[in-house]
Design a protein around this ligand. Structure first.
Ligand SMILES: [Zn+2]
Ligand SMILES: [Zn+2]
Length: 350
């Protein structure tokens, strides 16, 4: 079968590999229908994910149809349409039992698919702990509507869930990339008084204005002043930092009001400083990232009810055979790209 493989630092290539088999009684093999490209895939390509294994099939955001299950799998069966979770988790350890699945202590736990074990930019993928990692897609939800449930939407949903947002709040979201937009969609479900999105890219600001006209937008250079003006000079009650740029961590806590909450969703390339003397007396609460992707049934239900719609994020669609061109567009942010759907079921339809 065809796979997109991490060859070495700086290089992904389409390669042929054997179709995966069940290796453990809790495994499932999924025939991938749609996959997507995530910025974490680019981090692997650039060599900034030390745990990523050369030769691994990349891709950790996909939907498909269950092809085969191990003997201990009970929640899904062959023929079920499913979303695949970015995180591998056992469901049984101390952290899993408390919903902190990102910290699953199983040796295969955490971000394994498309990093340490073969992922889903391929025609088939083996999913460990299939009862935890697969969620059935309701009949009324299409593959395209469900594509982001296991990764970027899971992140946005988790970020909004832990941010203690109330109806009186002014919420600032820094960054309107795919994860930022998913975060916005989930923050909107909490109905805060006002939402401000800070983004430097003009085409992304346009996207927000077109699709979510009630959301205020601002560029980073004017952000602090704008947030103060919109909040009676207090600052934002809740800030979600999704951008991960050099200056956005500082911007996040500067824009938060005293006793406010800052949720750091972003993954930074370098260490950030917490200049405690500068923020003394602000009495902030920080929450930091690493999605617990255990709300996928709930997000699928919200999609089925029409309350979350991530389909507009899919700006481009390519067949798996042309994934190298898809990567080029995504990496260079050409043509207003937000997310790319990769059709994986094209080469062998029989
Ligand atoms: Zn990802
Ligand atoms: Zn666990």
């Amino acid at each position: 079968m065809l796979t997109c493989t991490y060859i070495e630092k700086g290089k992904f290539a389409l390669t042929e590999k054997p179709k995966p088999k069940i290796q453990h009684e809790r495994d499932a093999v999924v025939r991938v229908t749609l996959a997507s490209i995530c910025s974490s895939d680019l981090h692997i390509k650039h060599g900034s994910v030390p745990r990523a294994v050369e030769g691994v099939t990349v891709g950790h955001e996909m939907v498909g149809v269950v092809e085969e299950v191990g003997s201990a799998v009970t929640n899904v069966k062959p023929g079920d349409r499913v979303t695949v979770n970015v995180e591998t988790f056992c469901g049984e350890c101390f952290f899993c039992k408390r919903g902190y699945v990102n910290n699953c202590t199983d040796k295969n736990g955490g971000w394994a698919l498309g990093c340490r074990i073969d992922g889903g930019q391929a025609e088939y993928v083996r999913v460990p702990f299939a009862d935890c990692g697969l969620n059935k897609i309701p009949d009324c939800v299409t593959d395209r509507q469900a594509l982001f449930v296991g990764d970027v939407l899971a992140t946005g949903f988790w970020a909004a869930r832990i941010s203690e947002i109330t109806k009186d709040d002014t919420v600032l979201i820094i960054g309107a990339g795919p994860t930022g937009i998913c975060t916005l969609l989930c923050v909107m479900l909490k109905c805060p008084k006002q939402i401000i999105v800070c983004e430097k890219d003009e085409s992304r600001i346009r996207f927000i204005r077109e699709h979510y006209p009630n959301v205020l937008t601002v560029t980073p250079d004017k952000c602090l002043e704008f947030v103060r003006e919109k909040s009676g000079q207090r600052g934002a009650d809740v800030v979600l930092e999704v951008a991960g740029a050099d200056t956005t961590f500082r911007l996040a806590w500067e824009c938060a009001r005293p006793n406010g909450l800052v949720t750091v969703v972003a993954l930074y390339d370098s260490a950030q400083t917490l200049p405690l003397p500068d923020m003394y007396g602000k009495n902030l609460t920080f929450k930091t990232g690493g999605v617990d992707g255990c709300d996928c049934d709930e997000t699928l239900r919200l999609i089925a009810e029409g309350k979350i719609d991530t389909e507009p994020l899919i700006t481009h669609t390519y067949p798996l055979e042309e994934i190298e061109e898809a990567y080029r567009i995504f990496e260079n942010r050409e043509d207003g790209v937000i997310k790319i759907a990769v059709e994986c079921g094209t080469t062998d339809k029989s």
